[in-house]
Write a protein that binds this ligand. Structure first.
Ligand code: 26W
Length: 829
């Protein structure tokens, strides 16, 4: 069985207890008799880690022996969350560890709470990368992740009593981190600045010299597959100075100068940029991108060279997946290595590059499309700037000839397609570079991939043909997002299907076997009881951490994601106020018929995102008023849970009756939490956007609550708002009443919210006024559907049962087959 295959000989409870105690006494150098919870966590983690290390070694040895083609997933963000629970579950050792920990006088739940999240990401893009690593290892595929080891992850969010978001640093490495292995011997020198001189000897070669050199040092994070020995690697780079500091300056009395250069080397990997969907053009960010892509590529090429194959074989052994445009510099960097260091012809180098690299786009929002000022790029990376200009000439001149033939005298088209955007300053368009440097380009849901093909990369589709541009709809790992976060539901599913979870967790379509049980009243009761327990688990957590009492007999309505105007948390909070006004106007008799509802928000705002921060303030202050209003508090309450994280999501998601995914149509590329909620039997309230559309196709449109305008209408509506504005009172009277309430000072100083309300009154780019009425209607339909609890539970079961498509195993299989062309490389076969 898989158990024998992946476990070492010493994984019975007695041996585990021995191993934990041994780590207490040796690794931690502590006495077993006065151990605290934190020490117990560390020791248990080190003991679990021993298993991972053995599997990791066997896996990597196998890769070296078999030399399969490998895929490398380059992501500036990996939102891993906690590791201990996930590792024990994937190893199939959780029960054994639980028993041992019990014997030692500790509670496993307490131990798990000791671990800090590894929060090296902002949101969807970073968590997707983490799910993909889990699925790659679980399917025994030779895939490594490459990222940065930020000393500070995404900031910690504090909420002041007035509702202001405050940011504190996230020193996640403060306690020792048992999940990483420092590889101080694996390091590369990375150059910045300096001079690039073309040789002009008839070759395209140049010499890049001078400037600053820093060291990239590897830290390896083990990625265990589920129920397999295969354990992959996530390699994170840390920056440090090449030499300690400049002793000459130091001796000459220039102390600051002596350490200045060394500090600037450390700075590169000091902190994750907390912006999601907006670019800032900061030099340090570009430094991070080059530092990471150059180190990763050097590492891949060193490994490739060990195979002793001709350099032109690179595409047969390496596939590089770009997680958005952040790692696009691998394209000019690979060209630099091939042309300047390997002395290849430009054409040969270009062919190798464009057969090795793949690009996934994650957003069509204009403010999120990366552009770097040419002067900055020239200063920091002079050789790469030359290469980008050359690619523009070469790739585009091929193109341009074709364009000229296909679309004669279309100068606009040439300007639109260029890698360089004209202006002061000129800017490099990273999405264009990523597109022409890649073998394939994909979006992350059907609608989004269509938008990529018809909007931002339309000209490239017309030139290169549609087959280069395709879709891989996102997915999530059912290990973390069902088995780990909702163990009761997982157990109920196994019991009902009469199938061990080791089977259905890796073949999620098996959930369809639940469908016949919708007619089984006893099963429905168990299903509902699990949801109830999960609500109580959350309530206990909120009581313990925030001291608040939550009504667990209410419907739970959840919206958790980054704060952003396009995601429209505003629509939700304005809807809550509308509900409050409606309840207040009711007679006590009428109120008795209303089903109680608890609304949860959580999410971080980028520190510089003013409107998003006002939205948080409004939510908190509305909560402060309505949660104490004796007329309504039992029927409607509202919570903004601070410091949203992967771990908080794991407690919140299994509680939801409904969750909200209400972006303006055409703006949310996919969304992935929508999948997590539905997998856990929460129904979806949403717009016809991103993966919501495919979720509805799978679970049945009768099981989702859709509302709002469709994507093709959005442009025209925006145009109308700009050129033919209609006063709010006329456009949407219900919303106008909500605005009046806010402006009356009902939720504190009205002036505070004015800038937020103004964005809606004027312009309304995200179409709040257009969708408000149909949003309120959708919520009314939710209320009505909830009255028939039997039918509601059936909807919940059907939703879970039909979510098989959204396992990230399916996504990784698609990438492996249709993009990377890699195959499983199981250990010991
Ligand atoms: C440079 C600033 C910046 C940082 C991050 C720009 C853009 C990003 C990401 C591409 C934004 C992001 O996380 N996009 C999300 O990706 C998810 C995974 O595909 C999707 O599910 C979300 O819909 C999309 O918003």
């Amino acid at each position: 069985t898989w158990k024998d295959a992946i476990r070492g000989p010493d994984t019975d409870t007695t041996s585990i207890t021995k191993s934990v105690v041994n780590h207490v006494q040796t690794s931690l150098a502590r006495q077993a008799y006065n151990l605290d919870t934190s020490g117990a966590y560390q020791a248990a983690a080190l003991s679990v880690r021993d298993n991972l290390i053995l599997n990791w070694n066997d896996t990597q040895l196998q890769y070296t022996r078999k030399a399969p083609k490998r895929a490398y997933y380059l992501s500036l963000e990996f939102l891993m969350g906690r590791t201990l629970d996930n590792a024990m579950l994937n190893l199939g050792l959780k029960d054994n560890y639980k028993e041992s920990v019990d014997k030692l006088g500790f509670n496993m739940e307490d131990l798990l709470e000791q671990e800090r999240d590894a929060a090296l990401g902002n949101g969807g893009l970073g968590r997707l990368a983490a799910c993909y690593l889990d699925s790659s290892a679980s399917q025994e595929l030779p895939v490594w992740g490459y990222g940065l080891r930020y000393r500070y992850g995404i900031f910690q969010q504090l909420i002041s009593p007035e509702g202001q978001q405050l940011e504190a640093p996230d020193p996640w490495l403060e306690m020792q981190n048992p999940w990483e292995l420092p590889r101080l011997d694996v390091n590369y020198e990375i150059r910045f600045y300096g001079q690039a001189e073309r040789l002009n000897d008839g070759t395209p070669r140049a010499h890049w010299t001078g400037g600053q050199e820093v060291l990239a040092v590897a830290y390896d994070v083990m990625i265990p597959g589920c129920y397999t020995k295969s354990t992959n690697n996530l390699r994170l780079w840390e920056s440090k100075p090449k030499r300690g500091f400049d002793l000459n300056s130091f001796n000459a009395g220039n102390y600051e100068g002596a350490v200045g250069e060394s500090n600037s080397a450390f700075a590169i990997t000091s902190v994750l940029y907390p912006n999601d969907q907006t670019t800032f053009g900061k030099e340090l960010r570009l430094k991070q991108q080059y530092f990471w892509t150059a180190a990763s590529l050097a590492d891949m090429i060193r490994r490739f060279k060990n195979l002793g194959k001709p350099i032109t074989d690179i595409p047969d052994y390496i596939a590089i997946q770009l997680n958005d445009t952040h790692p696009t510099l691998v394209i000019p960097e690979l060209m630099r290595i091939l042309v300047d260091e390997e002395d290849l012809d430009w054409d040969v180098a270009w062919k190798i590059t464009t057969n090795t690299v793949f690009y996934t786009n994650h957003t069509v929002l204009p403010e999120a499309l990366e552009k770097w000022p040419v002067p900055l790029m020239e200063h920091l990376l002079p050789r790469h700037m030359q290469i980008i200009f050359d690619i523009n000439m070469y790739a585009l001149s091929h193109f341009l000839q074709t364009v000229e033939r296909k679309f004669p005298n279309d100068r606009d088209r040439l300007a639109r397609m260029s890698l360089i955007e004209e202006g002061y300053p000129q800017q490099v368009r990273m999405a264009h570079l990523a597109c022409i440097g890649s073998k394939k380009v994909n979006g992350v849901a059907e609608l989004h991939s269509d938008l990529v093909r018809t909007t931002i990369l339309k000209d490239f589709v017309e030139l290169e043909g549609i087959s280069k541009f395709s879709n891989v709809t996102n997915g999530i790992t059912p290990r973390r997002w069902l088995d780990q976060c909702n163990p009761e539901l997982s157990a109920l599913i196994s019991k009902t299907l009469k199938v061990d979870k080791s089977v259905w967790l890796k073949d999620l379509d098996r959930l369809e076997g639940l469908l016949p049980f919708t007619e089984d009243a006893a099963f429905r009761e168990e299903w509902a009881a699990v949801k109830q327990h999960n609500k109580e688990r959350l309530a206990a957590h909120v009581k313990a951490t925030l001291g608040l009492d939550i009504n667990t007999h209410a419907m739970f309505d959840v919206q958790i994601k980054r704060l952003h105007e396009y995601k429209r948390q505003t629509l939700n909070i304005l809807g809550v106020i509308h509900r409050y006004i409606t309840l207040k106007a009711m007679s006590p008799e009428e109120r008795k018929k209303v089903n109680p509802r608890v609304v949860f928000f959580a999410g971080k705002a980028a520190p510089g995102y003013y409107i998003a921060k006002i939205t948080i303030r409004l939510i908190v202050n509305v909560a402060n008023i309505i949660n104490v209003d004796p007329d309504t508090k039992d029927l409607l309450s509202l919570y903004f849970l601070p410091d949203y994280s992967v771990s908080l999501a794991e407690i919140l998601i299994p509680t939801s009756d409904i969750s909200q995914h209400i972006s303006t149509a055409g703006t949310e590329a996919s969304g992935t939490s929508n999948m997590k909620f539905c997998l856990n039997g929460g129904l979806l309230v949403g717009t016809v956007d991103g993966a919501n559309i495919e979720i509805a196709e799978s679970v049945g449109e009768e099981n989702v609550f859709f509302f709002g305008h469709l994507t093709p209408a959005v442009e025209d509506l925006r145009h109308e708002h700009r050129y033919h504005p209609v006063p709010l009172e006329q456009k949407c009277p219900a919303l106008a009443r909500v605005f009046e309430k806010i402006s009356s000072g009902a939720f504190g100083d009205a002036g505070v919210y004015e800038p937020l309300l103004a964005t809606i009154r004027t312009g309304d780019y995200y179409l709040i006024t257009e969708d408000f009425d149909s949003y309120i209607q959708a919520l009314a339909m939710v209320d009505e559907a909830y009255l028939d609890r039997t039918e509601w539970v059936k909807k919940s079961i059907r939703t879970t049962a039909r979510m098989g498509k959204f396992s990230s195993d399916r996504c990784i299989m698609e990438y492996a087959d249709s993009y990377w062309n890699i195959e499983p490389c199981p250990v010991g076969k």
